[in-house]
Design a binder for this molecule. Sequence first.
Ligand code: KG4
Ligand code: ZN
Length: 339
Amino acid sequence: MRVLGIETSCDETGVALYDTSRSGGSGLLADALYSQIAMHADYGGVVPELASRDHTRRLLPLIEQVLSDAGLTRLDIDGIAYTAGPGLVGALMVGASTAHGMARALGVPVLGVHHMEGHLLAPMLEDDAPAFPFVALLVSGGHTQLVEVKGLGDYALLGESVDDAAGEAFDKAAKMLGLAYPGGPQVARLAEQGDPKRFRFPRPMTDRPGLDFSFSGLKTHTLTAIRQLETAGELDEQARADVARAFEEAVVDTLVIKCRRALDQTGLKRLVVAGGVSANQRLRERLALECEKRQAKAYYPRGRFCTDNGAMIAYVGAQRLAAGEQDNDGVMQATPRWP
Ligand code: KG4
Ligand code: ZN
């Protein structure tokens, strides 16, 4: 089954083709992405209406592009998957209505998939894909979750953020430090110049048992540190880098502590890390050390599949469509909040 995948939940238009007759990464026939980041940068965050309009402009040309890259035509498509949520409702509607319109015209099944299931299974597109079961740390701009994954669709939530997501905290810290949107990569770059010993920020919710996270206190702590430096006339480039480093260390340490607990609690030896923050190098270094200590192994999607993309949606959609699932009565779904 050749499945077209469409991702339009936020600020990236992603399209891909996945063939279920091949396995893992070799099933990915083509993928293309258009990022709106530059368009939203002037506003310091995603402007929903601009996002929807840009998805409308980009989506059909990207579909033509992946078909041409794969040497196929629309008539070769056997099913269509799209991100049905969570995300910005207008942006989701563009993908959902395009998917349903095309599916109706082509007479093929169509299915809305959960964006986070896409992130969760993105490492399945790598040659070195993890076998089930595994623990997954999902760290994106909207979610911070630890999940026990027993198989496709068999997920148990072990813990999640009670307030801000890790990526959101990175983005807010970036704003406080005067860095451009999206802030995660910029904070990480600035932190490389920082002294890890100058400041120590709290590791929220690590002093009690459990696998939930909280990052809003850390945000306040960061703001207070910046204001104090400013008042003292000491907020120079080095101080900004030192704050970025202390912030990154606190987030990474918190994530590492909870991953360690999740591995111990489940007794599992495989850890999948996915979502935008999984691109963070410091997090990867620290998790590599932890995994080595307990003979466990960490799995990541390749760089461009850490953030939003069409390939992960094509993959999840292909697995589910091939198993016979499809949208009930051809009703399209756009679910902004979807637990
Ligand atoms: O998964 P994603 O592309 O979109 C959502 O579904 O949210 O994740 C985007 C998030 C943003 O908050 C961004 O700042 C963060 O991932 N991010 C990073 C890094 N690269 C992206 N955070 C820390 N370090 C990075 N290298
Ligand atoms: Zn995402």
